[in-house]
Ligand binder design. Structure first.
Ligand SMILES: C[S@@+](CC[C@H](N)C(=O)[O-])C[C@H]1O[C@@H](n2cnc3c(N)ncnc32)[C@H](O)[C@@H]1O
Length: 359
């Protein structure tokens, strides 16, 4: 059953995470990058609200209300063209609930007032979400999402926080990258060689030092969502930064106070992210019965949905905020800011209409 309030068990956080990880590694040996990342991010998100100028990073909905509003209108348009069926709004990793609040306000103006389901593990962020969207219901993962109506799903900067595995090429073979620990200093090492078969053929002969990343956790979430869309109808919008893999490259990064840090230092105190492999997620969505649209650049997506017009409208209504609104427009859409790095990909259930702005 979904939780209706922030779950109290989840509020128990692990203040001694580095010591606990160090002990686990000393006793059991080095651990996969994915295990390290999952433990570090669970602690990081459970213990703070990291968003905003005073936090570690900022996201598109926190830059401007227009981001969530346009996504709300994008969903309302799809719902309208699908014949206005019964739907639930679902958001994965909703942060402070800002995107949902802005999207729900825009949807309500279009006559769409769905029930709201948040997939969120952080008690600190569940509390913030409850203030922004008081009538939401919370889920620890996607398995408890409702199955009695179509789903309108949004995931902005959610998949980049899910754990990744890394393989590293050495002269002799590919090896899984593991995290070892010496005197509470964590460092990446090459584990045992892995069979060639698990490395995509085109990448097997890469030069020594090359890295390949994969995120089975992300693939599993997309598989579950696509199966639900195929069975129940609806659409999902995934917005993140990423690439079309599998490919060579190391993208694991740590962010603290709007700057980069060493991902293996101070586990649980930095936001750990990795770029999202859109092509692999798209392949799994199709295999699981959903239709895939895009990905398209965030700047193009928001441009086609009318971000310039909405910015001008708000600036006319609030002339004192003209500069701030223009700056937010630029940050969300300019190719040197978030416009090209971030991409939007949509999944739909069979028979659902073609989503807007996906070309
Ligand atoms: C980078 S923040 C993005 C927040 C929000 N979508 C936004 O755009 O402002 C990542 C969000 O995903 C949540 N999260 C991270 N890992 C999660 C997991 N394994 N399951 C559920 N939520 C998770 C975090 O608590 C946070 O709400």
């Amino acid at each position: 059953m979904p939780d209706t309030i922030a779950s109290p068990e989840a509020a128990v956080t692990d203040a001694l995470l580095p010591e606990r990880l160090a002990r686990a590694i000393t006793l059991g040996g080095p651990i996969p990058v994915a295990q390290f990342m999952a433990a570090a991010n669970a602690h990081y998100y459970a213990t703070r609200d990291p968003l905003g100028a005073a936090g570690d990073f900022i996201t598109a909905p926190e830059i401007s209300q227009i981001f969530g509003e346009l996504i709300g209108l994008w969903l309302a348009d799809l719902w309208d063209r699908a014949g206005r069926p019964a739907v639930h709004y679902v958001e994965l990793g909703p942060g402070r609930g800002t995107l949902a609040a802005d999207a729900l306000r825009a949807m309500a103006k279009a006559g769409l007032t769905p029930s709201v389901h948040f997939v969120e593990t952080s008690p600190a962020l569940r509390a913030a979400q409850a203030k922004a969207v008081p009538n939401a219901q919370w889920h620890d993962d996607v398995t408890t999402l409702p199955d009695d109506a179509a789903l309108l799903i949004v995931a902005n900067e959610f998949f980049d926080a899910l754990p990744i595995y890394q393989l590293v090429r050495r002269a002799d073979a590919w090896h899984e990258r593991l995290i070892a620990c010496q005197d509470t200093i964590f460092l990446p090492i090459a584990g045992k060689p892995v069979p060639d078969e698990i490395v995509p053929e085109a990448l097997r002969e890469a030069p020594a030092g090359s890295v390949i990343e994969s995120s089975p956790a992300s693939v599993a979430v997309v598989r579950a969502l696509a199966k639900k869309l195929a069975a129940q109808g609806g659409a999902a919008l995934i917005v993140d930064y990423g690439y079309d893999g599998p490919a060579l490259g190391e993208t694991l990064q740590a962010v603290k106070a709007h700057g980069f840090a060493n991902p293996f230092d101070a586990p649980g105190e930095h936001d750990l992210t990795a770029h999202v492999d859109f092509a692999t997620l798209a392949g799994m969505a199709e295999l699981s019965g959903a239709e895939v649209h895009g990905p398209v650049a965030q700047g193009d997506f928001l441009g086609l949905l009318g971000i310039a017009e909405r910015t001008a409208m708000l600036a006319r209504a609030h002339p004192d905020r003209g500069g701030e609104l223009a700056e937010a427009h630029r940050r969300l859409t300019h190719p040197t800011e978030m416009g090209a790095l971030f991409r939007a990909m949509a999944l739909t259930g069979k028979g659902w209409p073609q989503p807007a702005a996906m070309r």
